[in-house]
Design a protein around this ligand. Structure first.
Ligand code: P71
Length: 458
């Protein structure tokens, strides 16, 4: 039987006009932005696939919740709604709101890392790693080798390699591990999930070595969807059941609510460890705000609480991930090199295979982002050598195996016709790829350089 189309489980109530500025203007805009898509003005962008972070369309139920914001300095009812939603959906009884994900990462790193300690992670994320290092910790990569290979078809490329964990414990001692930072739908690997079986094994390992697991649960719902679709025994389970089971393996999590939770701003730290919670509550007042708002307005917390329930709806998450898959399949069938399997939040162009004539010193992914913008006004994000930064001790560039351009799909925002426009632009560029030339970096900030670095044609 032919499979039927599954449409988005919503209709559009309000629209925001977008436009494609002329080719000459795009050429000028990207040059003025130092060939860095972070420095473009959003009004000069046609289809914005820079990120899925904070770019979601909220539902009418979430917008209605904004009107119910209780803007009291202390004890806002929306905080209690948020706490309840987090407890019901993730299973953690204690919640500390923060202005966004990195606020929660900051508090976690400062409280849980002593200088010189290690933080093994299933691949780095830029802000997470920066906070670990600012706290005097050292990031150790313990993801499967397959995650660094854009052509490997492994269904759970986000899995932790237990042999790598054992090696860390053997060589450095388990007591040097501050905690295990386990990410869901690993961003830098291309939105690749971790399996429930691997989570179970990692959690047994952690218990045996008396090491805590703290999740980066920023894209845990997308991960739960992949478990439901790909892992034996989960086809009949709901997203909420799977998410709860995933989180049961951790002591707590940090979350950027700007992704899964369908809001434009916000984040939180959640835990079942009362002592950690007490300390986090003590610290949030120094950096974010009182522990019942953490840098957010009451209305923001209400929107997160409501988004936290909506994100688990089966029809929603299926249509979200399928839209990403739609874009990926269009590119793949035209022979454009992308990371496979197609990830949960975006399609990642493999710039090394797309532009084999450019060495990593010529910033191929950065150059490809700029060329894509020039071609169509589509904005993407570099996830390669620029994002990887420099080694803090040697001062040399970190050369990641993955040199990628991320086409990140905002939630509930674009239609598949927009995806067609994006695909056609990538395909056109691929057909004339020899004409894309490299870049040289002319301005390099010290921290998270990719945000504000500037380039010129090499
Ligand atoms: C994304 C972002 C936003 C971003 C951050 C840094 C550089 C470029 C873009 C943010 C994440 C994330 C994960 C797995 C923590 C954060 C920080 N992602 N963990 O992908 O993906 O959250 O932005 O709310 O502070 O575009 P925050």
């Amino acid at each position: 039987m032919a499979t039927r189309t599954i449409a988005e489980p919503y209709k559009i109530k309000m629209v925001e006009p977008i436009r494609q500025i002329p080719a000459e203007a795009r050429k000028r805009a990207i040059a003025e932005a130092g060939y860095n898509t972070f420095l473009l003005r959003s009004e000069d962008v046609y289809i914005d696939l820079l990120t899925d972070s904070g770019t979601s369309a909220m539902s009418d139920w979430q917008w209605a919740g904004l009107m119910l914001g209780d803007e009291a300095y202390a004890g806002s009812r929306n905080f209690y709604n948020l706490q309840k939603a987090v407890e019901e959906v993730y299973g953690f009884p204690y919640t500390v709101p923060t202005h966004q994900g990195r606020g929660a990462e900051h508090i976690t790193s400062q409280l849980r890392i002593r200088p010189g300690q290690l933080v093994p992670m299933n691949m780095y994320f830029t802000t997470t790693r920066e906070h670990v290092e600012l706290a005097g910790g050292q990031y150790v990569d313990v993801i499967l080798d397959e995650a660094h290979d854009p052509t490997s078809q492994h269904p759970f490329k986000g899995n932790v390699d237990l042999a790598k964990l054992d090696q860390v414990a053997r060589e450095r001692g388990a007591e040097t591990i501050a905690y295990l930072s386990v990410a869901t739908c690993v961003n830098m690997a291309g939105g690749q999930p971790i399996s429930m079986q691997n989570l179970q094994e990692v959690s047994e390992w952690a218990r045996g070595h008396q090491v805590a697991i703290i999740f980066d649960a920023t894209r845990a719902v997308e991960n739960a969807y992949f478990i439901q679709q790909r892992e034996a025994g989960f086809a009949g389970k709901s997203i909420r059941e799977i998410l709860r089971q995933m989180m049961s393996h951790g002591e707590g999590c940090t979350v950027s609510a700007k992704k899964d939770n369908l809001v434009n701003i916000g984040g939180f730290l959640a835990t079942r460890n009362e002592d950690f919670f007490e300390k986090a509550r003590g610290m949030v007042v120094v950096f974010e705000g009182l522990h019942t708002y953490g840098g957010l307005a009451g209305r923001d917390m209400e929107a997160i609480a409501r988004g936290t329930y909506e994100m688990c709806e089966q029809e929603y998450i299926a249509s979200r991930v399928r839209q990403v898959e739609y874009l990926g399949n269009r590119l793949r069938s035209a022979g454009v090199p992308i990371v496979v399997p197609i990830g949960g939040h975006g399609v990642f162009l493999d710039a090394k295979r797309f532009l084999p004539h450019l060495s990593q010193d010529l910033f191929p992914a950065q150059a490809l982002c700029a060329a894509l913008y020039e071609d169509s006004g589509v904005r993407s994000m570099e996830r390669g050598v620029v994002s990887a930064g420099r080694d803090k001790t040697t001062g040399k560039h970190n050369y990641p195996k993955l040199e990628l351009v991320r086409l990140t799909v905002p939630r509930r925002v674009y239609t598949n016709l927009h995806m067609d426009v994006v695909a056609e632009s990538c395909i056109a560029l691929y057909q004339q790829r020899e004409q894309v030339s490299g870049l040289k970096m002319v301005h390099e900030p010290e921290h998270l350089r990719f945000f504000q670095a500037r380039f010129e044609p090499a």
